[in-house]
Design a protein around this ligand. Structure first.
Ligand code: COI
Length: 353
């Protein structure tokens, strides 16, 4: 369907690129399209960034029928716009939607709409070191109806936010708190979907991590509270005796695109990468025996976030002397180098807008 474009007459002041935070300011335009069971997805349009008016009975407010994605646009040194594996994000959006009984979108069309939006707001893509334009596609259920059933109407939107590093620590190691009471997601639940409730249900555990002086939560599996799943809102990797281990996708773990890229990159470097269950005991033993070389979280927002300390049952253990490990640094530099178009892209991950 033809994209309608309504450009903004007023242009907002852009934030200072040197002091950018995460997700606090938004560009001049947004993308929006509607769904109804009669007409499917329709009326794709780019409009000035603006508030929404929804009926208070809109189903998103009551039963949380919603999904979202997160990806970044980078402006290269020669002024091109690059996206990192955007097809993967829209495929995952459809997998999340399927779990939440939301109708799927046409992945190719949506990438074209996003490209038009980016061209229009190109000047908002910051170029300062460590910054990018964070892209947030999301879908909400809009039917005014308090019945517990899937909505018959939806809105799909894309908003854009110029961002700096997600954690104030940047690539400096953070401490983690192993959570043994709350669970992020259970088998058969929504853990593999990017849906709002997975994130808001994590705040209580995050409060505990903060109270224990740690930056992030390390999540264990819901049934045995034994196997590691994720760290904060990221996937997690451990390097033990030269082997790089990440929890296998259990059904309750989000399939990160950074996770997938790191596995592929490490394999292309000839490293030994294993996707398998890994228990907190195995990790603590490896730390005690000096075999745990590095641990780090991976995600779109932070890219790589090294882990420098671990709290478990009142005991604190340092990891790699709280230093950024060489593998974490190399992965961070390689991924951001490819994303920024500064180094070769051997696995053809970038998409030029
Ligand atoms: C990520 O990009 O790693 C995340 O999951 C964080 C995002 C929800 C802000």
């Amino acid at each position: 369907q033809a994209l309608e474009v309504m450009t903004a007459t007023h242009h907002k002041t852009k934030p200072d690129p040197e002091t950018l935070q995460f997700g606090k300011t938004f560009t001049d335009h947004m993308f929006i399209m509607d769904y109804s069971s009669e007409n499917g997805w329709h009326s794709p349009r780019i409009i000035p960034y603006q508030p929404l008016t929804l009926d208070p009975a809109a189903m998103i407010y009551h039963y949380g029928q919603t999904v979202f994605e997160g990806l970044k646009a980078y402006r290269t040194d020669d002024d091109r716009i690059l996206l990192f594996r955007p097809d993967e994000n829209f495929k995952r959006l459809n997998r999340s939607s399927d779990r939440l009984s939301i109708p799927d979108i046409d992945e190719k069309m949506v990438l074209e709409y996003l490209s038009e939006l980016l061209k229009l707001d190109k000047d908002w893509i910051p170029t300062y070191e460590g910054t990018s334009l964070y892209i947030r596609p999301f879908i909400i259920a809009t039917e005014p109806n308090l019945s517990v059933a899937p909505s018959t109407t939806y809105k799909f939107m894309i908003i854009l936010s110029p961002v700096g590093s997600y954690y104030k620590e940047g690539i400096a190691p953070v401490g983690i708190y192993v959570e043994d009471e709350y669970t992020r997601a259970a088998l058969g639940g929504t853990g593999m979907a990017k849906t709002a409730g997975n994130y808001s249900a994590a705040y209580k555990a995050q409060d505990k991590a903060t109270a224990h002086g740690q930056a992030q939560v390390l999540w264990l599996d819901s049934s045995e509270k034994k196997y590691v799943e994720e760290v904060g809102s990221m996937n997690v990797f451990f390097k033990i005796d030269g082997e790089i281990i990440t929890p296998s996708l259990s059904g309750s773990i989000l399939e990160g695109i950074t996770r997938k890229s790191i596995i592929e990159l490490l394999k292309s470097w000839g490293e030994q990468v294993t996707e398998r269950r890994i228990s907190i005991d195995e990790i603590l033993n490896a730390v005690r025996e000096g075999r745990l070389e590095e641990a780090f979280g991976t995600g779109t927002a932070a890219v790589i976030s090294p882990i420098g300390e671990l709290s478990w049952k009142g005991e604190k253990t340092l990891i790699n002397q709280r230093e950024t490990g060489s593998l974490s640094r190399k992965l961070y530099e390689t991924l951001t180098g490819i994303q920024k178009g500064r180094i070769e892209d051997p696995l053809h991950w970038t998409y030029e807008v």
